[in-house]
Design a protein around this ligand. Structure first.
Ligand code: C2E
Ligand code: CA
Ligand code: CA
Length: 508
């Protein structure tokens, strides 16, 4: 149908867009938040630095006030003592709201009641003060008075440049401006005092003024671009990982889907691999091996689809198919008058996954199949791989099957972790030696001594041995000398379909 590829394409592109967008939707707000958090953290620590500097200036002025108030030596002495400390500060002694002495101007008389009235607290305070009522000459005043005489004490007036100097460089590549505020007045007076997204408002716990610090927009932009760049890289990496995982999952899911369909559409069939008597050289058995003819992929290897079938709970269906088709095929073979019966009954090995043995109906079916195979001159052998877990229930089922004349073969012996416990706990008739041990013949590998031990063990247990994967005569000769009973491998025949089997066994 022409609409299908289009539909598939749009679904694929939809998921591609989703996999690109989803991480982006998470990462973008995250990068904005990280930028914001980063900038605010920086502003907070900078604000604290400015508060500390301003607090230092104020407390130093308080100390100087206190010193002047304690001085008993009159105006001249105060002048001498304090004038040295700075040209940029003026200390004024107050008496009953009058300025009586200035560190810069000496003895004087001037009404200070207007300035003193701006005080915030009773005995000591600081505030911003406009000299000559000119906001451009805004500076800071720190007043200390005697507890018993609030109109007398000392007043420190600092020069604006002194304050700027002590606070240090304000505008830089990270900060656009810093503004202090106490009461209604801000310092410096030209700076605005309103908060935006990238500003931080701090307060001095000692003197109660506020400090507003504003981030430089270039700085915010460069931080945002930097974070965004890394977040985009991360987002791309997540998208890539998601796409890869999705691709993998789809492939597996679609193969599982195809297998389910393939079982229904009867795409599975059985091939047979001859098993040869080592001494006689004659055919003594067959192993049934399932094959899947996939409509697009041709033959799919059982190593791929059998484990998939196990995960998808389809392996029992496969066993049913193999049993049914094998019986059907061998019946056709048995009907042929020319069938060589020299070694009847011939052994027919069927691979069965342990999970098949968990259901009573399967056990009954196997018993029925055993009888049906026996009728046509075959003895049914269940091949159980040592690599899969055979639990107590499975072992009990094998016992029942044996009592009904079905033989048990332990497949792939020596390749799992449980070889010895399997042979201790399971009653069986054949031990199948895995190809990897047969491959070791004539080679100096770690598997070579293991092969001899397995053969020796099987002899001691009194079970028959089948060696798998025999590919050359030297292997066959070696196995023969060690009295391995049965040999299976490409040396004799690859797995063949029923038609080829008929040709081999029933020559015209
Ligand atoms: P297995 O039971 O160990 O089967 C023997 C495998 O070795 C077969 O591969 C066979 O074709 C291959 N073989 C035999 N002789 C030689 C040889 O001389 N050289 C080489 N290179 N290979 C040889 P196959 O048919 O691909 O089966 C692979 C595995 O798939 C089987 O290993 C078995 O575990 C599983 N399997 C096959 N059919 C069934 C089935 O009907 N049911 C279940 N549950 N598993 C099956
Ligand atoms: Ca097998
Ligand atoms: Ca095997």
């Amino acid at each position: 149908m022409p609409t299908m590829p289009l539909l598939q394409l749009s679904r694929q592109s939809k998921s591609l867009i989703a996999f690109l967008l989803i991480p982006l939707l998470i990462v973008l707000p995250a990068s904005l938040y990280i930028t914001y958090d980063n900038v605010m953290h920086n502003l907070r620590s900078k604000a604290q630095t400015y508060v500390n500097r301003m607090d230092d200036v104020i407390s130093q002025l308080h100390q100087e006030n206190q010193k002047a108030m304690r001085a008993q030596n009159g105006c001249m002495a105060i002048r001498e003592e304090l004038l040295e400390t700075s040209q940029l500060r003026e200390l004024i002694l107050l008496k009953d709201n009058l300025a009586v002495c200035s560190s810069k101007r000496g003895v004087m008389v001037s009404d200070m009641s207007q300035i003193i009235a701006q005080r915030v607290t009773q005995h000591s305070s600081m505030f911003f003060f406009d000299i000559n009522d000119d906001p451009h000459q805004r500076t800071m005043v720190v007043i200390d008075t005697y507890p018993s005489k609030p109109e007398s004490g000392s007043l420190a007036l600092v020069d604006k440049s002194y304050l700027v100097d002590r606070l240090g460089q304000v505008a830089n590549d990270q900060i656009s401006y810093v503004t202090f505020k106490l009461g209604a007045k801000t310092f410096p007076q030209e700076n605005p005092f309103y908060q935006n997204t990238f500003s931080y408002l701090g307060t001095s716990s000692l003197y109660g003024y506020s400090v507003l610090i504003n981030a430089n927009s270039n700085y915010v932009f460069s931080r945002a671009s930097y974070t965004l760049f890394f977040c985009l890289l991360l987002s791309l990496a997540i998208s890539g990982a998601l796409l890869l995982a999705n691709h993998h999952y789809r492939q597996r899911r679609s193969l599982a889907y195809d297998l389910r369909k393939g079982i229904q559409r009867q795409e599975l069939f059985v091939m047979y691999q001859p098993i040869i008597g080592s001494q006689s050289g004659d055919l003594e058995g067959l192993e049934a091996l399932v094959r899947w003819k996939h409509p697009d992929m041709n033959l799919v290897r059982p190593d791929i689809f059998v484990p998939l079938a196990e995960r998808q709970n389809l392996v029992n269906d496969i066993t049913d198919i193999v049993l049914e088709e094998t019986l059907d095929n061998l019946k056709q073979l048995a009907r042929n008058q020319n069938l060589d019966h020299k070694h009847a009954p011939l052994h027919i090995g069927i691979n069965v996954a342990p999970q098949y043995l968990h259901e009573k109906q399967h056990i009954n079916m196997l018993i029925e199949y055993g009888k049906a195979f026996a009728k046509i001159g075959f003895s049914l052998t269940i091949e159980i791989t040592e690599r899969q877990v055979l639990d107590a229930k499975g072992r009990e089922a094998l016992k029942t099957l044996r009592q009904h004349g079905i033989r048990i073969a332990i497949d792939d012996f020596g390749t799992g972790h449980t070889s010895l416990s399997v042979i201790q706990q399971t009653e069986f008739d054949y031990l199948k030696i895995d190809k990897c041990f047969v491959d070791s013949i004539g080679l100096d590998t770690v598997n070579a001594p293991v092969l001899n031990s397995i053969i020796d063990l099987a002899h001691r247990l009194g079970v028959r041995i089948i060696a798998e994967g025999v590919e050359d005569t030297s292997q066959a000769d070696y196995l023969k000398t060690l009295n391995v009973h049965l040999l299976q491998g490409y040396l004799y025949s690859r797995p063949i379909d029923i038609d080829d089997l008929k040709k081999q066994l029933c020559p015209a």
